[in-house]
Design a protein. Structure first.
Length: 205
């Protein structure tokens, strides 16, 4: 009689399992902050709670990994690299602005959720981003944006890398107003970046 025992699929590596757990935990941390339980995280990940502690020492380490993932630019850099260069520049930059705004919102939700729940503990000193690492991240983002802009270099007044710097400044220093109508949309930011704020040529300057 043939055996009915199913072969087990190859298991995840510890790093893959950590990434999967962090991905499941991020929305929960944004919602519950430090009050989230490992049981909730396990259910969201579809695993047993004990599995978490095979790759994380404790819940604090899970939370630290969530903060590290939320602030990492890697996800948004991959999204920027996937934008179709055949689209018009306006569409490319609008997609880029949406991706970077989502990154900022995710980072704010996770870090803000932890802070609001009373958790003040940060990452160990050796794991905190240094000035050099922050500059490297900013440079990588600028390069990714420059590549998006490069096909239209001849039509622009500024070189792609300088325009990318201006664009990042607009996105990352823009204050959010509690009045939603006052917050420019990604499309409006791109329109101002590319065409300025004057209604028409000849308007007062």
């Amino acid at each position: 009689m043939p055996s009915t025992v199913k072969k087990r699929a190859p298991g995840m590596s510890p790093e893959q399992r950590r990434s999967m757990i962090v991905a499941a935990a991020l929305p929960l941390v944004a919602e519950y902050g430090g009050a989230v339980t490992t049981g909730q995280i396990a259910r969201a990940a579809g695993i047993g709670e004990a599995t978490i502690f095979r790759v994380f020492q404790d819940k604090d380490e899970v939370l630290d990994a969530c903060v590290a993932e939320a602030v990492s630019p890697e996800h948004v850099r991959r999204e920027l690299a996937s934008i179709d260069l055949e689209q018009p520049l306006t569409a490319r930059l609008t997609e880029a602005a949406e991706a970077m705004r989502a990154h900022l919102d995710r980072m704010g939700a996770v870090v803000g959720g932890l802070y609001a729940s009373g958790r003040r503990r940060g990452r160990p000193e050796g794991e905190r981003p240094t000035q050099d690492s922050r500059q490297a991240s900013a440079q990588a983002m600028r390069e990714a944006l420059s590549e998006l802009i490069e096909p239209d270099r001849d039509a622009l007044r500024l070189p792609p890398d300088k325009l990318a710097t201006v664009f990042l400044g607009m996105l990352f220093t823009q204050p959010r107003s509690p009045e939603a109508d006052l917050n420019p949309t990604p499309a409006e930011l791109v329109d101002v970046l590319l065409h300025g704020s004057l209604a028409a040529p000849g308007s007062p300057s």
